[in-house]
Ligand binder design. Structure first.
Ligand SMILES: Cc1ncc(COP(=O)(O)O)c(C=O)c1O
Length: 376
């Protein structure tokens, strides 16, 4: 049997990992400034995470959501404490797309409306409504096409205001990444997020903060939307939540009331996933990783701005992007194959940095020195 060939692959097989490093099958070490696509939050194979998963495996890995699963409540309490959203409700699922799908569905259920506002360069996942709200027609199948999504320009206050003036009573939800990831590290303006909050309040619409990539401490605050001092009605979370163990969820504001059968999943919230997610929050708390993301991220951005040839360094915390001019468009490959550094990219010419939130200053310095060589 062959694998369904949908991924353009680098010819490297990664077989082990620790902290901010990974090794290939020949023992070659790579510095991981990509975090396996923003997934590695507390560092690869963190010992506390490994131990908690092992201990849980010995007890029980899975039972369905037809019984009380105490570790789900432990996770909800810890997530409330670490995120500061203590009065929110948690629904657990398995991936970022599924989190967004549930958030959009919930918004439609509670408002009784169909229209969703999404933004240019957004990415919300590949399932039916999540992909319809994604600004990339090439990944939207004919069956996913819908008239229910209204795309507006990102950070355009006037266009948003006009849309609500004209059809506010039809808008179920606004969905926005606090920092666009796949779109190329574009930070939503604080006053734009405040405007979304105000318009959703005025028109009875649901504010969905897609925090799948920019959440979980990556921006230097638990949710990147916290920088704007606003509370969303629903936060969607995935990547960093399990440090590589597949687990996702949505945080739901207290004014949204649940009904039995409204949402559901077989695997979501299983014991093993909850153990992994709890371990992540415990390490984030014990090792002050949100603060580390802020300081190490600021340091990296300051230093990147001093490197000639890199343009428009931007981001928050450890979610950083910069543009490379045309003549350096092979920089990502050069970093990987010549200097053994994983980074991310966004088309056409953006390098994305999404390392573990535990990245140390020495590792940031190691990256900067390799980058200077690669650019130089
Ligand atoms: C902002 C955002 N939302 C949703 C998703 C989809 O997550 P998943 O791939 O886990 O379905 C992604 C994945 O890159 C993302 O970056």
């Amino acid at each position: 049997m062959t694998l369904f060939d949908v991924y353009p692959l680098n010819n490297i097989a990664i077989t082990s990992a620790k902290d901010s490093y990974v090794w290939d099958e020949n023992g070659v070490q790579y510095l991981d400034m990509y975090g396996g696509h923003a997934v590695i939050s507390i560092g690869h194979t963190h010992p506390h995470w490994v131990k908690r998963i092992e201990d849980q495996l010995e007890k029980i890995a899975f039972y369905s959501n037809s019984v009380i699963i105490p570790i789900q409540k432990n996770l909800a309490d810890k997530l409330g404490a670490v995120s500061g959203k203590t009065d929110y409700q948690l629904f657990l699922c398995n991936s970022g797309a599924e989190a967004n799908e549930n958030a959009l569905k919930l918004a439609s259920f509670v408002t009784g409306r169909k229209k969703i506002i999404a933004f240019s360069k957004s990415f919300h996942g590949r399932t039916s409504l999540a992909v319809a709200a994604t600004d990339n027609p090439s990944i939207v199948a004919p069956v996913n096409e819908t008239e229910n999504i209204i795309f507006l320009p990102f950070n355009d206050a006037q266009a948003l205001q006009k849309c609500f003036d004209e059809q506010g009573s039809a808008i179920a939800a606004v969905i926005i990444e606090g920092i666009q990831g796949v779109g190329g590290i574009n930070v939503a303006d604080d006053d734009f997020l405040q405007l979304i909050r105000g318009l959703c309040d005025a028109h009875g619409s649901v504010y969905i903060a897609d925090s799948v990539q920019c959440g979980y401490g990556r921006s230097g605050k638990f949710f990147s939307h916290d920088h704007a001092g606003v509370n969303a009605d629903i936060y969607t979370m995935a990547k960093g939540m399990g440090n590589g163990f597949p687990v996702a969820g949505i945080l739901i504001a207290p004014h949204i009331k649940p009904k039995h059968g409204m949402l559901g999943t077989t695997f979501g919230g299983n014991q093993l996933a909850c153990a992994a997610a709890l371990a992540v929050l415990e390490v984030i708390e014990q090792e002050n990783l949100v603060a580390n993301a802020a300081t190490t991220g600021n340091y990296l951005m300051e230093q990147l701005r001093l490197i000639p040839g890199l343009q428009n360094v931007r981001g928050r915390g450890l979610m950083i992007g910069f543009d490379v001019p045309d003549e350096r468009k092979d920089l990502k490959k050069k970093l990987l194959f010549d200097h053994k550094v994983f980074t991310g990219e966004a088309k056409p010419n953006v390098i994305r940095l999404l390392p573990s939130l535990a990245l140390k200053k020495e590792q940031a310095d190691q990256f900067l020195s390799l980058l200077r060589k690669a650019v130089g």
